[in-house]
Design a binder for this molecule. Structure first.
Ligand code: BDR
Ligand code: CA
Length: 309
């Protein structure tokens, strides 16, 4: 299995990604760090612990990170409700505390201790990773790849906005990470808005007759409300797609580019812009995902949610 560190802000879609990370035989989940984003830090941290404990991953350490973006006030996500994980009344409250170490120091320690460079997955605003760059630059060579759910580039569909939430929430952190040349793969709305939970996926999920299957169903019923009301589509599996790339990187096609992030925008604040024609004359600093095999992604996701026969 591939060892990973996972930075997230659960969040319903982060929650499903966490479940997949723990249940995949191809992943060794070495630790989870939390950031503010979909909800305040105390809530995303408690949500991460609740989920991990519920799925039998009580031994996976959780370290809490940034309470706000690096350079601006926190603007919360709106899809997940006040607790960040509405629609899960039966999920027990956390029975343990996060480790007594800031996420950034936890990440640095784990990276330093690893003999090989590692994959880090991030599915929230990049505040923790940005702060890692500032505080522990010595461990950056230990990041083999940062797979990040964030950004949007092609905006080909009418349901896609100019800015993606994780980029919008902490654009300075993203810029710090890009400028540090951390090898980042950006899994943005261009691909994640193509993995939507619609009728066939609900039908498939309904066949998973377990406590976990029912919990995920409850999550998705809540999570889809915003998508359904504002865009007329089902819930997007943003973060599960990013996580799935650890298991199967061929689920998406990627291309290199120089990415800029708009820090002063009037209408597109936090927008990510790819310079494919090299007009800015800058070296590529990221890979961006631009095409996804949605059917294969959903097969992988449901296989991981279903108990082995
Ligand atoms: C991203 O923002 C959050 O609401 C989701 O968890 C996902 O990481 C999508 O824009
Ligand atoms: Ca997220």
């Amino acid at each position: 299995p591939t060892p990973i560190l996972y930075d997230c802000d659960p969040g319903h879609d982060d929650a499903i990604a966490l479940v997949m990370a723990h249940r995949s035989p191809d992943i060794e989940l070495l630790g989870v760090t939390t950031t503010c984003g979909n909800a305040e830090l105390d809530k995303t941290t408690s949500n991460a612990i609740r989920i991990l404990d519920f799925i039998g991953a009580g031994d996976v350490p959780v370290a809490a990170g940034c309470v706000r973006p690096l350079a601006r006030p926190l603007v919360l996500g709106t899809a997940d409700g006040p607790s960040g994980l509405e629609g899960s009344p039966y999920l027990p409250m956390p029975k343990r505390d996060p480790v007594p170490q800031h996420a950034v120091d936890f990440l640095a320690e784990k990276l330093a201790a690893s003999s090989e460079p590692m994959i880090v997955v991030a599915t929230g605003p990049l505040s923790n990773i940005g702060l890692l760059v500032l505080k522990h630059p010595e461990v950056l060579p230990k990041i083999k790849e940062l797979i990040w759910m964030g950004g949007v580039f092609y905006r080909k569909s009418e349901i896609i906005t100019p800015t993606e939430f994780n980029a919008f929430c902490d654009p300075e952190a993203l810029k710090i990470v890009l400028d540090a040349r951390v090898p980042i793969t950006m899994v943005g709305l261009d691909v994640t808005m193509q993995v939507l939970i619609e009728t066939p996926q609900y039908e498939e999920l309904a066949t998973i007759d377990t406590e976990l299957g029912r919990l995920v169903m409850d999550w998705l019923r809540f999570y889809e409300k915003l998508h359904r009301n504002s865009m007329g589509v089902g819930g997007a599996m943003h973060d599960p797609l990013a996580l799935a790339l650890v298991i199967d990187p061929t689920l998406v096609r990627t291309r290199p580019a120089h990415i800029g992030v708009d820090l002063g925008g009037t209408y597109a604040f936090g927008a990510t812009v790819a310079d494919f024609w090299k007009e800015r004359g800058e070296e590529d600093n990221a890979r961006i995902a631009y095409e996804v095999d949605a059917d294969r992604f959903f097969k992988l996701m449901f296989d991981l949610l279903r108990d082995p026969a």
